[in-house]
Design a protein around this ligand. Structure first.
Ligand SMILES: CCCCCCCC/C=C\C/C=C/C(=O)SCCNC(=O)CCNC(=O)[C@H](O)C(C)(C)COP(=O)(O)OP(=O)(O)OC[C@H]1O[C@@H](n2cnc3c(N)ncnc32)[C@H](O)[C@@H]1OP(=O)(O)O
Ligand SMILES: Cc1cc2nc3c(=O)[nH]c(=O)nc-3n(C[C@H](O)[C@H](O)[C@H](O)COP(=O)(O)OP(=O)(O)OC[C@H]3O[C@@H](n4cnc5c(N)ncnc54)[C@H](O)[C@@H]3O)c2cc1C
Length: 558
């Protein structure tokens, strides 16, 4: 859970080589990386810049006389800062640097760079490298810093699958300006399943523990109730169970799309790139935020023992919440999706609705009302409505400011909170739709039934959560919202008997969960006592601090 120093080798270094190095380059590097003869990381973020890639300061200047690139970090803010596995473990890195050829700045490009000697592992001359120190979590990973002092690498270490620099310095452009961002898009497209998994772990712990923990009464009786029988506890946990499934289904779809994109890009077709970038930018942001909230609620649902490290939920939270920042800070990525949504509105206004992609086609279709009692399809229309409403409102705000003479960037900034709201609603619609489609495809009738209950819970919870938008223009009435509330409570109660099976179905072993509260056998109290007794403070009855500090204080006459 704390991460692995070689994680980025598999998650970003190898994928960056696969997607960005030419076949010829990969004959040299890929097998060695796959066999772990060399260990690599993905070094892009700098001390001064992470979000705004166009302002990265590390330069790679082509020297035509020696056919080498000269890597340089001109000032302190240019140091690479954060890359996982960079500090101590990696001897190579894919380094993203601003490429300069014949004095022309050609923007961020990726280079394979050797950092350490393959035998001694010592850092090479011209390289400054180290660990950035302890973090909120992920402390088994050596996130690092890296500086270059006019460090030379061969021309052929520029990753040349899509763009090239010829020996004489001729630059061959890539088929899409952002193709070098593919390693990030790959991780973003995997993040929904990854985060769904973190959420599932926290929920497994909280739901199991909630059937062991008895406290208070619902009706006066002999035995106190299992806390999972409280409606508030169910409301805290069950919608997140539904989300963990929903995120996983959405993630499967984005992974498939990324794989399709890779194949298409290899044949020169880059048409999917904008769609996938927009989709994964929004999905990554919504899923990480909701996962962090869900894990924190799971911790609180375990009361005092949730706060103990014995629950292990705090560790899961620390790792998962990193996802709100890495692979693009959430607000920044929501605004990337918003660009796509605003462009779609502009297309509709220009009478070009026919050109809209399938995920945004709904923005052009108005619906007057819904009959929620008819089922999930009607909820989808309601989600479409609120997303369309907010997307148009935010876009109109931006376009009006533009028309009034504001500069584009200023108008954008003044509309940005509304724009991020539109991006979230659009993404939540996508999550609900993939959830619905995935449940429809389930063949086993019993599995389908329980997943359908979760789907119903999800759509009712989500619609209630976005109620302000739906009430704003009278699209939903307050009696319709009462119906949604009733449905929500109905499904909480219906899911209760299956709750433990739903979390057990994720099949986390005790070793994976490392939680005293979430043990499969339910022997929580005995093991909490054993866990506490094993605390380092309990190795001796009397601590040395008693002689050193307590006694002098207690014996003092002052
Ligand atoms: C596999 C399992 C995974 C499990 C998890 C593993 C755990 C590992 C833990 C941590 C790993 C962490 C790694 C990292 O964090 S690596 C560093 C990540 N850094 C970022 O994500 C930086 C975020 N910033 C950006 O991506 C970019 O700067 C940007 C997209 C915000 C803006 O880029 P810029 O070049 O400035 O573009 P513009 O804003 O000017 O946009 C121009 C135009 O281009 C479009 N566009 C941008 N990016 C893409 C893309 N990738 N694909 C397609 N199109 C893109 C953009 O939309 C604009 O289009 P327009 O509106 O039509 O003009
Ligand atoms: C655990 C972890 C692992 C990481 N691993 C790697 C790695 O392996 N390789 C690597 O290269 N990097 C890595 N990073 C770095 C990470 O990708 C960046 O930290 C991330 O992209 C955010 O960039 P930043 O730090 O510059 O944030 P900043 O951009 O400085 O964000 C600060 C604030 O400014 C806001 N902001 C910034 N720009 C805008 C804008 N245009 N509009 C509105 N608001 C804006 C943000 O929303 C945020 O609130 C890692 C980071 C973490 C935490």
């Amino acid at each position: 859970m704390e991460g692995h120093p070689l994680a980025l080798h598999d998650v970003m270094f190898i994928p960056a080589l696969v997607a960005q190095a030419s076949d010829e380059q990969n004959k040299k590097w890929l097998r060695r990386a796959q066999r772990r003869e060399i260990v690599g990381c993905y070094a892009q973020t700098e001390l001064g810049h992470g979000s705004n890639l166009r302002k990265l300061e590390t330069t790679a200047t082509y020297d035509v006389s020696t056919q080498e690139f000269v890597l340089h970090t001109p000032q302190i803010t240019s140091l690479k800062w954060w890359p996982g596995g960079l500090g101590k473990s990696s001897n190579y890195a894919v380094v993203v640097a601003n490429m300069i050829v014949k004095e022309k700045h050609l923007g961020p490009h990726s280079f394979l760079v050797q950092l350490r000697d393959e035998i001694t592992h010592q850092s090479l001359k011209g390289i400054t490298v180290g660990d950035i120190g302890p973090k909120l979590s992920f402390n088994a990973i050596d996130n690092g810093f890296l500086g270059f002092d006019n460090y030379r690498i061969p021309r052929t270490n520029l990753l040349m699958r899509h763009s090239r620099v010829e020996p004489d310095g001729t630059y061959v452009k890539p088929p899409h300006a952002k193709i070098n961002y593919s390693a990030m898009v790959r991780v973003r497209s995997h993040m929904a399943t990854g985060q769904g998994n973190f959420l599932a772990q926290a929920l497994t712990i909280a739901v199991r523990y909630s059937t062991v923990r008895r406290q208070g009464f619902i009706e006066s009786g002999e035995q106190e109730v299992k806390v999972l029988d409280y409606q508030t506890q169910q409301h805290r946990l069950f919608p997140s169970i539904a989300k963990a499934y929903a995120f996983t289904f959405a993630g499967y779809e984005t992974i498939r799309l990324y794989e399709q994109l890779l194949k298409e890009v290899d044949t020169g077709n880059v048409s999917l790139m904008a769609d996938l970038h927009a989709l994964t930018s929004g999905l990554k942001s919504v899923v990480t935020h909701q996962t962090a909230q869900g894990i924190e609620q799971a911790r609180m649902a375990c009361g005092g023992h949730g706060y103990s490290q014995a629950s292990y939920i705090s560790e899961i939270f620390g790792v998962a919440v990193g996802g709100c920042t890495y692979e693009g800070e959430n607000m920044v990525m929501l605004l990337q999706l918003a660009r796509y949504l605003v462009k779609s509105v502009e297309q509709i206004k220009a009478g070009e609705s026919g050109k809209l992609g399938p995920l945004v086609a709904y923005l052009a279709v108005k619906v007057d009302g819904v009959d929620l009692e008819k089922g999930v399809e009607e909820y989808m229309k309601a989600f479409q409505h609120v997303s369309r409403l907010q997307t148009w409102k935010a876009s109109e705000k931006f376009l009006k400011l533009l028309k009034s003479g504001e500069k584009r960037e200023v108008a954008w900034n003044k509309s940005s909170v509304e724009l991020t709201r539109a991006s979230r609603l659009h993404t939540r619609l996508y999550i609900a739709e993939t959830f619905k489609r995935s449940v429809q495809e389930v063949a086993d009738p019993r599995l389908k039934e329980v997943l359908t209950d979760l789907l119903h819970l999800h759509v009712n919870y989500e619609l209630l959560d976005m109620a302000t938008y739906a009430l704003e223009d009278g699209f939903l009435s307050s009696s319709q919202l009462d119906y949604v509330r009733d449905q929500l409570y109905f499904y909480l109660a219906k899911i209760r008997p299956n709750a433990v099976s739903l979390v057990d179905s994720w099949e986390f072993s005790d070793m994976q969960l490392r939680s005293v509260l979430g043990r499969r056998d339910g022997n929580v109290y005995e093991n909490l006592v054993a866990w506490a007794k094993a605390s380092p403070l309990n190795k001796t009855d009397v601590l040395p601090s008693v002689e050193k500090y307590l006694k002098p204080m207690m014996n003092s006459k002052l």
